[in-house]
Ligand binder design. Structure first.
Ligand code: FES
Ligand code: FES
Length: 138
């Protein structure tokens, strides 16, 4: 097992911030349930020192293990960031200690980055979005 695979395995043994957020301010989804690479991210903002910062982030993913590990890492790293700071994070930065991603796995990080951008562009969390439930529960 490569060092990267070990780090992913460790992250998956205790994934952080997994699951729907009921009181989120915004939500974003990327990917397609048809092929399984799909990720949804929720963001909750709070006011700190006169600035709007991310209080919490959570995600749901169907499919790839690496994307789950990166999303777990990213949702931790996002805490306390302004929307602007979050938007400036590259896929590589979002992978934190998991990175750098091997070439075959770079798109897993990009999936997380895409979900984050989609959430930052923000459909309100209560807006109807494509239903993930059938794929996630299977
Ligand atoms: Fe379709 Fe990955 S194979 S998004
Ligand atoms: Fe497609 Fe990881 S997101 S293999």
């Amino acid at each position: 097992m490569s060092e990267f695979e070990e780090k992913v395995r460790d992250a998956l043994s205790n994934p952080q911030n997994q699951g729907e957020m009921n009181d989120a301010d915004s939500v974003g989804t990327v990917g397609s349930p048809d092929c399984g690479d799909m990720l949804r991210m929720w963001l909750k903002f709070t006011e700190k020192d006169g600035q709007k910062v991310i209080d919490r982030a959570s995600f749901q993913s169907f499919g790839c293990q690496t994307a789950i590990a990166v999303a777990s890492m990213a949702t931790e790293l996002l805490k306390g960031k302004t929307a602007e700071e979050a938007r400036n994070l590259s896929a590589n930065e979002l992978t934190g200690e998991l990175g750098p991603l091997p070439p075959m796995k770079i798109h897993c990080g990009q999936l997380v980055e895409g979900a984050l951008r989609s959430a930052l562009d923000g459909s309100p969390a209560d807006a109807p979005t494509q239903d993930l439930a059938p794929t996630l529960s299977s």
